[in-house]
Write a protein that binds this ligand. Sequence first.
Ligand SMILES: *Cc1c(COP(=O)(O)O)cnc(C)c1O
Length: 455
Amino acid sequence: MDKTKKFLLEEKDLPTKWYNIVAELVNKPMPMLHPGTKQPLTIDDLTPLFAKDLAEQELNQTDVWIDIPEEVREKLKIYRPTPLVRAYNLEKALDTPAHIYFKNESVSPVGSHKLNSALAQAYYCKKEGTTNITTETGAGQWGTALSLAAKMFGLELAVYMVKISYEQKPYRRSLMQTWGAQVIPSPSMSTKAGRAIITEHPNYQGSLGTAISEAIELAMSTPNCKYTLGSVLNHVSLHQTVIGLEAEKQMEMAGEYPDVVIGCFGGGSNFSGIAFPFMRHNIKEGKKTRFIAAEPSSCPKLTRGKFQYDFGDEAGYTPLLPMFTLGHNFAPAHIHAGGLRYHGAGTIVSQLMKDNLMEAVDIEQLDSFKAGVLFAQTEGIVPAPESAHAIAAAINEALKCKEEGTTKTILFNLSGHGLVDMAAYDQYLADDLVNYSLSDADIAANLSKISGLGE
Ligand SMILES: *Cc1c(COP(=O)(O)O)cnc(C)c1O
């Protein structure tokens, strides 16, 4: 029998609208609060920092569908629609009755899903006359994506890159520089936030939270400059829904519907992207698909964190967000999945977690690399260390099917490839990587520092 492996859409099938799940939720996320007044955030609070259209999208709780500007669709077409692939060889290696599919977001020119939002954000900044943008980057994927997007829309970009990644992933830095961005290792002496941390901890290797503080500070102190963020915020999740909207059509081509949808989880954007369009059918039609966020055991905000108001960054510049968090001062272990080293979860996903519309699992670093290598050896693609967490979770579900003798359809998002992360694979193959365990006392101690911020 002729087995179809790849389900491909044409350019004309690229979605024309993003899906705004908030408009269809009975329980809306609690409001983000102004850090000074503790009042719900308004559009005027957001526009000094973000482009107006993005600020509107951030607060939009009424429009289910939001038009994707034609200029953005044109650029998305460079790599979209992306393939949906049936992982026959992985299924065979696991000897599982489960049907495993993955949405291949690694085919973008920058190697991850991040370009889906980078293009939209750069476009809206350009449209309102902005000349400069700033951002932070952890493992470097967001900075890389934004560098290309900024170049495509004619913007100058400064990227604060978490210092440990700057050193561990020099090729991500080279990519950003090739696309014309200025890259600064964070913490740096160029901002007050950076100087304060360096003074206190001279050897600090940086964190996403610190880099965010630095990028925001630069944006606020530079004329005609806006800040952009690659995850966590509602508008970023919105832009990523092109992933699930395409996958929905492609699963239909495959004649199947997913019983389980899985995404790895940093701040929530690729998980939201693959999950929300399918979750719509749970909400509207009572479908029973399970949605699983796969987070690292060393940064377990969804599985072991607390739901409460917290800052999005280390210095406390951002609004207060109602989120599952480990505390904005949480310093995650230096695992190689740098994109998953973030203390909190986006507000939409946090609300979905609270309402049991989704679940979360935690994955140890060594299990993620074991899954990544098996995937590379069966399906040929070396996954990003982040994406390997989703693969590990998919493998666990597939092995459960084998035990139970059930045939389930599992869909996961391959959020990126690992070709710029081979130093991490080198270490894994040389038996040089370890797991990091976090005690309940460690987590409780960190959470006690944010107890005053509001439940
Ligand atoms: C940034 C990144 C992630 C984590 O971020 P989310 O916003 O949670 O998606 C996961 N995978 C890859 C490849 C990334 O670049």
